[in-house]
Design a binder for this molecule. Structure first.
Ligand code: ADP
Ligand code: MG
Length: 616
């Protein structure tokens, strides 16, 4: 069988995605291969397809039990014989698995890096024909990454122990040069075929919101996306508990995950989420590594994370199946302060020396600033992220909250000067909230206590919304006219650039501001669009989709596998679109291979027919 036939027969797909063929061809021509592609791009297929074409066995080294379980279940569903060797097996089970493996029962074997050098495993590996070693999540080999695994360093020793060096392929979603070089050097890849694809995830829609009531925002969103699976990331354990409890009280099937829970509860909750028993997960950033659930339709950040790296990684857990999904960040000023606090105090108990710690903190503060500016910018959010990672991008994607908001240019020179004058007159002793209150003529305690009502700017912008004033201030901040002190008080100061601007008669500031009158309208439009986008099934078909989805759920619980491993959402949608009536037609559906057809094809054909009869 050639690679296209394998793709169709086992995986049910008609064509390869960007980059996949290059990597597969690299491996098949006997070259070591390194694939760097974003989450959800389809890295697994890049080694699974050649594994099925090579004579011998492919060993896949993977860092987490949950990842291995997921992949092995998926392969078995597709009719490929695969197994894993890791600490979840008893010694007896391991012996048995290795015995079957020796007999040639498995084409693909997943193994934890800690197991590689155990005598039992070396004995097995030297007595069979190993065609390829694949290192998944290969960034774990690098100390530069946040997921460094010392046991990954043993991989090279293991390879050197084998009677014949197999082809080595490595895959990761981490793109920094340091990590890439580490992978090549530490694993001693020989003249590798390297492919790096772009980091854009086109199916993800990026949204930033600054709601007064975050919880209200979340519950509204979930209610509009009932039946869909999503993750809500919170900054602290306490937040997780609160949000999860409220959601449950409001009738949402939510569960929770954070490092403070017992192992048993964490395991159970994670399973409930993966099996769609509880489709909404409220969690700290402790949750997610090793979650391959493909049908996560939204990731909401209840708090702003500490840097863009974390944000993109966490948000990127949405839409692995390539269907439209949303990444929503709910910003509030408090999030900045909390992150600041964590940088300043929490990392204190580190064993690093003073100077190193100082440099690290400085770096983290800078990253936090970039994260904060992401929430302030009125430009394309996707572009902002891609540029942060050093990729070129046009300043328009059409699929983020900024590109979807109508803006108009406005000359705000006078207001900007008003803000600066007010800061200057008050000797730059206050935070921005107090300054803006002064401009709006507030009678708040602080304004009166500090006699800011005597300022020449007091009440000058009484009629302007706080939202708009904030926008203008943020522009000054992002463009370095002002800065904030790094302590918890975040006192606003005028920079040199700001002083020059204040003195200049000619310099003006023109910024993009959301059109205020139309705001409500666009919000509504956006809502309509998203609800259509996310389910992606038009009205007439959505009944059938629901029917098929509940059939899938039923089969999944009978077989004890996650629903998305039976058929992906995308496959069900394609079924609703193509409405197959025969085996041949069913095999045309993306994601239905021969093996899957044998298992489930007829059941689903029958359900489609029944649905049609009942709804004629
Ligand atoms: P990664 O490891 O790169 O994050 P996965 O290998 O888990 O991504 O694949 C993500 C999803 O994409 C899976 O559901 C997989 O079945 C699907 N996929 C992979 N290759 C293709 C393809 N050529 N056509 C359609 N879907 C694909
Ligand atoms: Mg993967």
């Amino acid at each position: 069988m050639n690679k296209y036939e394998i793709l169709k027969k086992y995986f049910g797909y008609d064509s390869f995605r960007e980059g996949q063929e290059v990597l597969i061809d690299g491996i098949l021509s006997g070259h070591d291969t390194l694939g760097i592609m974003p989450t959800g791009a389809g890295k697994s297929l890049c080694y699974q397809v050649p594994a099925l074409m090579l004579d011998g066995i492919t060993l896949v080294i993977s860092p987490l039990i949950s990842l291995m379980t997921d992949q092995v279940m998926a392969l078995n569903q597709a009719g490929v014989h695969a197994a894993y060797i890791n600490s979840s097996l008893t010694p007896n089970q391991t012996r048995l698995a290795l015995m079957y493996a020796k007999e040639g029962r498995y084409k693909i074997i997943y193994v934890a890096p800690e197991r590689l050098l155990l005598p039992e495993f070396i004995d097995f590996a030297s007595s069979v024909n190993i065609s390829m070693i694949t290192v998944d999540e290969a960034h774990c080999i690098s100390q530069w990454g946040q997921d460094f695994r010392p046991s990954y360093l043993k991989i090279l020793d293991f390879i050197n122990l084998l009677p014949k060096r197999p082809v080595v392929s490595a895959f990761t979603a981490t793109a920094t040069h340091e990590v890439k070089d580490d992978i090549i050097n530490i694993m001693k890849l020989i003249d590798p075929c390297i492919l790096v694809t772009g980091f854009d995830r086109k199916n993800l829609k990026f949204v930033v919101k600054k709601p007064k009531d975050k919880y209200a925002q979340v519950i509204d969103y979930i209610n509009e996306h009932r039946n869909e699976s999503g993750i809500i990331y919170c900054q602290t354990r306490k937040n997780v508990e609160e949000v999860c409890e409220k959601l449950c009280q409001d009738g949402i099937n939510a569960t929770r995950y954070h490092a403070g829970l017992s192992d048993t509860e964490r395991k159970q909750n994670q399973e409930d989420f993966i099996y769609d028993t509880r489709p909404v997960m409220v969690a700290t950033n402790a949750f997610g590594m090793g979650i391959d659930k493909s049908n996560v339709r939204y990731v909401i950040h209840y708090n702003m994370p500490k840097n863009i790296e974390s944000y993109y990684q966490e948000a990127g857990r949405a839409g692995r199946d390539g269907l439209p999904s949303e990444c929503i960040l709910l910003y509030s000023g408090q999030d900045v302060a909390t992150n600041q606090y964590m940088i300043d105090y929490v990392s204190e108990n580190n064993e690093l020396d003073y100077d190193t710690l100082k440099i690290i903190k400085e770096r983290e503060r800078n990253r936090l600033k970039k994260m904060t500016y992401y929430c302030f910018t009125n430009d394309c959010l996707r572009t902002y992220i891609l540029r942060y990672f050093g990729e070129n991008a046009e300043n328009y994607c059409g699929n983020c909250s900024n590109c979807l908001t109508q803006y108009e240019n406005e000359d705000v020179t006078e207001v900007a000067k008003g803000i600066l004058i007010c800061m200057k007159e008050s000797k730059m002793r206050y935070g921005i909230a107090v300054i803006l209150d002064t401009l709006r003529g507030s009678k708040s305690q602080k304004v009166l206590k500090y006699s800011l009502d005597k300022s020449s700017q007091y009440g000058k912008y009484q009629t302007m919304t706080i939202h708009k004033l904030r926008n203008i201030f943020n522009h000054l901040l992002v463009n370095d006219y002002v800065y904030q002190t790094d302590d918890e008080y975040q006192i606003a100061k005028i920079s040199e650039k700001g002083r020059d601007f204040l003195d200049s008669d000619t310099e003006s500031i023109i910024i993009k501001l959301p059109k205020e009158i139309e705001k409500v309208d666009t919000d509504k439009k956006a809502k309509k669009q998203t609800s259509k986008n996310s389910s992606n099934v038009s009205g007439a078909m959505s009944g059938m989709f629901e029917e098929l989805r509940s059939l899938r759920k039923q089969i999944a619980s009978e077989q004890q596998v996650p629903p998305y491993l039976i058929f992906a959402d995308k496959t069900l949608i394609d079924m609703c679109d193509k409405v197959p009536h025969t085996k041949d037609e069913m095999l045309m559906v993306s994601g239905v291979g021969e093996k899957k057809y044998e298992k489930y094809g007829e059941t689903f054909l029958k359900a489609i027919k029944e649905y049609e009869i009942n709804n004629m």
